[in-house]
Design a protein around this ligand. Structure first.
Ligand code: ATP
Length: 238
């Protein structure tokens, strides 16, 4: 399997604080790579670094073999990377459909906007029913679906999904996980950041555990020993 994304000893952070300490990981094409880890471990920071939202202080990121270290975010989106951010970040005062259409803003996707809209609606039928409603009227689960649908409008090769289950009921979380599984079955490459370890493990192919800004475990899903994962997750000092 080809490596679609390669992160090589990346260091990044905010002002005087360094958060990521020489993180290396890869995401294989067509697979779901899951990044687990406790609060504050640096998962969202890693997503931001991949998307060019914060600069790399050291190391490199390659996407499809091309060095994308410190490439501006808009160029990365045009190249096929998309992030479905934690907290969804939908435009609450716009309709569901306008939120989706905003997702397909690159020149490459604009011509396919109608077809992509239908694809988003077929993946998320509930969004079609609510297409003329303001996004502010959506439930948490629907808002997550809207954020995911907006991401799909970019025709992404790689989808970064940051904590999609945040604030959702167990039932809706299962629904979101089923949709991620469906996207994987369509051949998409996904990086999923999750705190819901058990649910994420069910759909993952490869698992990384990140804490203290470092990778402390990297294993194929079949090889994960839950006791060891638990110990590393809650270890006092790593
Ligand atoms: P969570 O699950 O809580 O989102 P996380 O693993 O995604 O955790 P990050 O959000 O990446 O962790 O945070 C890692 C560290 O970086 C934390 O100590 C956090 O306080 C700090 N941090 C995050 N965002 C900023 C920022 N904008 N400015 C300064 N520090 C930040």
């Amino acid at each position: 399997m080809a490596k679609l994304l390669e992160i090589d000893k990346v260091r990044a952070g905010y002002d005087a604080i360094n958060v990521l300490w020489d993180i290396s990981l890869t995401a294989e094409e067509g697979k779901l790579t899951c990044i687990l880890g406790p609060n504050g471990g640096g998962k969202t920071t890693l997503m931001r670094a991949i998307m060019g939202l914060i600069p790399l202080r050291q190391g490199a990121i390659r996407f499809g073999g091309k060095d994308i270290s410190n490439v501006p975010t808009w160029n990365l989106v045009a190249d096929g990377l998309t992030m479905i951010p934690e907290g969804r970040m939908i435009f609450r005062d716009m309709t569901v459909e306008d939120n989706l259409l905003i997702g397909g803003f690159t020149r490459r996707c604009r011509a396919n906007a109608r077809a992509n809209l239908e694809m988003a609606y077929s993946t998320f039928p509930r969004l079609k029913e609510r297409r003329h409603q303001l996004a502010s009227s959506l439930s948490g689960g629907e808002a997550q679906m809207l954020a995911m649908g907006r991401g799909l409008m970019e025709e992404p090769k790689l989808i970064l999904v940051d904590e999609p289950s945040l604030g959702l009921s167990p039932l809706l979380t299962d629904e979101v996980m089923a949709i991620l599984e469906q996207l994987k079955a369509q051949g998409r490459t996904i990086i999923l950041v999750e705190q819901n370890t058990h649910k994420a493990l069910k759909i993952a192919d490869h698992v990384y555990l990140v804490r203290g800004g470092k990778v402390v475990l990297s294993e194929r899903k079949e090889d994960v020993d839950m006791d060891r994962l638990h110990d590393l997750y809650f270890a006092r000092d790593v």
